[in-house]
Every structure is written in C-alpha cells, then in structure tokens.
Design a protein around this ligand. Structure first.
Ligand code: FMN
Length: 429
C-alpha cells in the first residue's frame, strides 16, 4: 500500500508545537557530572595541545595553532553537571579543534557566524564526551556598534552569552532528554544568554541575533537556519464570502479534533491533522466544517465517538484500520440530529485508509438516506476522495453531487476561497 501520504512536510503549526516533556519528578540539581568530565580536569597547568596529545591521544600537535595562547580548557557548572569548555581565539583554531575532537585530520569549512558547538566527540579516547567548544567572536556576527558597545565590551559579553547559551542546550539535553536546532530551543538559550551577558532580556537585541527586522516578515539571519524545513503556511481564515443557499442547511463533520484525548501540553500530538490555534486544537475536517458553516449558514453538528482516539497519530491510524478490518463502527455520542429536517446536508470527514472512517459510516447508517441528497466534503493527506464516495453510495443509497470537493490537508489555509467557489458552482440557491 502506498504510504507516501504519511510523510508530510512539517507545517509551521506542527513545528511550533515543539516542547519538552517536564519530568513528573524533578531530580536534585545540579545533576552529577557525567563520568568523562573528570578526565579533562587533568589539564591543569598544561598547554592545551600537549594535554590533548599526551593524555587523550588526540592529534592536536599535528595542527598549526594560530593563536595558541588563547587556547584554554575551563569548566562550566550547569544544572546538568559540569562540562569541559574549550576556548579558541580565532575561527581557524576553532575549526581545527572541532576536527581534533572528532578524530579528523583536516578541519572542515564552517560559516564565520558559527562560533560555538556543544560537541559530542567522536575521536577514540574521548568518544561521546560532551564538551563546549567556543570561539572568541562577536555573538551572532553582530557588530559592537549595533548594540552601542565598545568592541572589547561586546566581545566579553559575547563570550558570556555564548557560554550560557550552550549550557542551556546541555541542560535541556540532560534534564529533558533533548537539544535541538529549533527556534524554541534557541530563543530559550539566547534569553538566558542575554541575561548572563546583560542582566536582562531585550526583544530588539533578540531580533538582531535572529536576523529579524521589525516590520519585515522575511529573515535571512540565524532564525531562517532553524526553520529551514518548515513549510510556512498562512493561518486559515474561517470567515469569508457568503454563499446563497436556500432551505435549511446542516453541516455534519467528523474529525480527529474533538475525538481525541490530548494530554496536557500538545507535544505528544503527531501527524499533520491537528492545527493549534492559540489554546484550541482544531482538526482539519473541523476547520473545513467551520468554513462551510460560515459560508452556507444553518446548523453545525460534530460526530463524537464515545471512546476517544489516541493522541498519537500512528496509534490512531491503527485504531482506524482495525475498525475498518472488523467492519465495526464505533459507538457515537447522542442525540444525533434529525437529518430529515434539512434540505441541504454537508458531510465533512477525513479520508481514513483510502475510504470513509467507520464513525462516519456508522453515523450515516442511522438514517434512511435513499434518494436524500447529501454533499460530502473530504479532507486527506494526498489520497483525494479515495473510495469514500463509492462507500457512501453503496451503504446509504444517497444522492451525491457530480463534483465532490476534496481538500488536501496542506491546502487548508486557502480552503475558504475554494469552498466559496465550490458552493457557487453547486448553485444551491
Ligand atoms: C486513521 C487515519 C487514516 C488515514 N488514512 C489516510 C489515507 O488513506 N489517505 C490520505 O490521504 N490521508 C489519510 N489520513 C490523513 C487524513 O485524512 C488527513 O490528515 C486529514 O486532513 C485529517 O483530518 P482531521 O484533522 O479532521 O482528522 C489518515 C489519517 C488517519 C488518522
């Protein structure tokens, strides 16, 4: 079976759901040091390249160090334990040190704006040792004048900021189980870095660091790097052009939104079906139904199953599959609406396993729909209407329009216009 629809581009909404789970019980802080930290303390009183070569069998003496005097190893005391910090005095040395720690003979190209790493070393004797590698340079490549500081002052603050920033990454890693090149991680690390360097957080300063300009919605600076794989979508608008529809109108919908038990904090939500709008979780079909309701007026009804679907997207697909295989419609929460009271009935649902979700089939089977006209609207992850329309015809005998509107999940932001245009073509007035 073609499963390509499961691999969807990450939307901005999904991207912004990133958060770490806070452990139920907080450990005693700071955490105990990782075992490798002790090894680095033996540097005391020795030249860095000598120590690296003699004690850790790294090829440090094979490199020519431009600013050998600036090389130093110190220790950062983080909430996640003590970390060795290697400082370099110029970009060339910084790149060379990165190669040494990773067991490479040659340094690689790195943009001049990259001046810090939380390294997980790859060279043999220091394999998986975590270290901070910091180069002396203005933070985020921002010139001192942009901040109204002297070069020397800005350089000092840059070092403090960079150090605290990298410590935050290590802290999230050890305390919360992850560190990522993600805008959320970065803003947290920068905020604490700003406090370490300036004593406060300043939004204008942050804009400078991220490469954002007030009033401009494009970014070519650091932030764009963290958001590389995100497909930016406009926020869907529910309100728009109204359609002329005569008679009584009902929009019925079934959606993951409203039928899923989400744990507090939405990070556990996976799959592209859920859009987060402030504090509300809205499913795609739910959003489309709201748009149709706005365009066509009348009443709106959500199909709710008695048992909720799991928060995990993959788990929901498995439950959906099981329902289908067993031809078992889940029990629904009542009372159900009186369809006979309506002249125009829209039925909005997501495509599940190329067909109609069993919950929707079960709902439709409650009624005698022979000859009754209903207007299905399908949302999907690339599969179009699948076999769902055939299924509705077969199981209900209802009359369906010749043109069925299907909305790809990534097209929801522009769906309001598509709905208005579709309703015009349908001539329901
Ligand atoms: C159980 C399940 C099965 C799915 N099967 C398909 C499929 O066969 N083809 C497809 O294109 N999308 C499939 N999807 C994706 C949904 O149709 C799509 O994300 C839809 O926009 C979700 O709407 P909702 O947020 O209202 O639930 C499936 C989703 C789920 C949860």
């Amino acid at each position: 079976m073609d499963m390509s629809w499961l691999k969807q581009t990450q939307s901005a909404d999904e991207y912004l759901q990133h958060a770490y789970e806070i452990p139920a019980e907080l450990p005693v802080l700071p955490l105990t040091d990782e075992p490798f930290a002790a090894r680095w303390r033996e540097v005391q009183g020795r030249e860095v390249p000598d120590f690296l070569t003699e004690e850790l069998k790294l090829a440090a003496c094979d490199f020519v160090w431009q600013e050998k005097k600036s090389l130093s190893i110190s220790f950062a005391h983080t909430l996640g334990g003590t970390l060795p910090v290697i400082a370099t005095g110029c970009h060339e040395d910084f790149r060379a040190m990165e190669a040494v720690l990773n067991g490479r003979e040659q340094s690689r190209e790195l943009p001049p704006t990259v001046n810090a790493f939380t390294i997980e070393a790859r060279a043999e004797l220091v394999y998986r040792h975590r270290l901070l590698l910091l180069n002396r340079a203005p933070y985020s490549n921002i010139p001192a004048e942009a901040l109204g500081l002297s070069t020397e002052d800005w350089m000092e603050r840059s070092q403090r900021l960079r150090l605290r920033h990298e410590c935050v990454h290590y802290e999230t890693l050890r305390l919360l189980g992850g560190m990522r090149n993600h805008a959320m991680d970065e803003i947290l690390a920068d905020a604490l870095g700003q406090i370490a360097a300036f004593g406060n957080f300043d939004a204008d300063r942050q804009r400078l660091f991220f490469g954002l300009e007030k009033g401009r919605d494009t970014c070519i600076g650091r932030l764009s790097y963290y958001c590389q794989r995100v497909a930016l979508k406009e926020r869907p608008k529910v309100q728009g052009e109204k359609a002329q529809v005569s008679g009584r109108v009902l929009t019925v919908y079934f959606s993951r939104g409203g039928n899923t038990d989400f744990p507090p904090g939405v990070d556990a939500v996976s799959g592209a079906s859920i859009m987060k709008d402030k504090e509300t979780l809205i499913g795609n079909a739910e959003m489309i139904a709201a748009m149709i309701h706005d365009a066509a007026g009348g009443d709106i009804y959500a199909i709710h199953t008695k048992e909720k679907y799991p928060a995990d997207y993959g788990a929901t697909t498995r439950v959906g599959r099981k329902e289908l295989d067993e031809n078992l419609a889940p029990a629904l929460v009542g009372p159900l609406p009186e369809l006979a009271d309506y002249d125009v009935v829209f039925v909005v649902y997501p495509l599940w396993w190329h067909t109609l979700p069993m919950a929707v089939q079960g709902f439709l089977e409650h009624y005698d729909l022979h000859g009754k006209s209903i207007i299905p609207v399908v949302t999907h992850g690339g599969g179009g209407i699948g076999e769902s329309i055939e299924k509705i015809k077969e199981t209900t005998g209802a009359q369906l329009p010749a043109e069925i509107l299907d909305i790809y999940s990534s097209d929801i932001p522009s769906a309001r216009q598509d709905i208005a245009a579709y309703l015009k073509r349908m001539k329901l007035d």
